[in-house]
Design a protein around this ligand. Sequence first.
Ligand code: GDP
Ligand code: MN
Ligand code: MN
Length: 240
Amino acid sequence: MQGYVIRGLPIIKEGDDIALLVKSLFDFQDGDVLCLASTIVAKSEGRFRELESYHPTIRAALIAGKVGKDPRFVQAVLEESVEVLLDQPFLLVVTRFGHVGVNAGIDQSNVGDARILLLPENPAGSAMRLRAGLGKDCAVIITDTCGRPFRAGVAGVAVGWAGIAALRDWRGSPDLHGKALEITLEAIVDEIAAMANLLMGEAGDGTPAVVFRGLKYPCSGGDSVFMTKDKDVIRPRLRR
Ligand code: GDP
Ligand code: MN
Ligand code: MN
């Protein structure tokens, strides 16, 4: 397996064609996995917002007091969310598209000015569109840097993907001693996203696109890394 960091991408603006940009800098082959930081996908989709455009409700103002954030920022987070899981010491929410993240993944770094940047509205749809734009039979994974429960430090996770199954099903495969695995579903899009995030960097590196070549991955099947509410045993225990 080889990993490539695509260098030379500009600061992305609304309307930029990211598939075209990466194709001009890298010669894609069938089977490649292109990982893109959600930041640049969101920028190309014009997901910038001015804090001034948000009018905080009383609920947003109350939460803002608890988390020590601007009430307008909290309002933005609430508008991107379907459920609040924690409102102190930070704001952990379920986004409209099913991802659980602090502040609904809204970024204030690598954005510029006093603006905020929302995650793409529908990262799965974005990944599908970008994959079509590549013109090769590639997989696309849109990543974001996230904290993890129970573990210190941030890592990359997949927020949208296309052309690749989210989960690899190992059930039924024999272990070293011939005993069939019973429950292992491997979150391959997250594993790949974490490796891509490691290569992207977090600050001023300017490298939001990474390609893996020679990875063997299932192209379809396996549903999502977003755990549904009914299967999640942690979520109900967060609500007090
Ligand atoms: P996130 O993990 O999706 O929130 O994105 P980050 O802000 O951590 O950025 C990931 C990588 O993309 C870093 O190397 C940034 O320097 C880079 N990056 C962010 N925005 C841009 C951009 O508009 N153009 C370029 N070339 N790189 C960017
Ligand atoms: Mn982010
Ligand atoms: Mn990041």
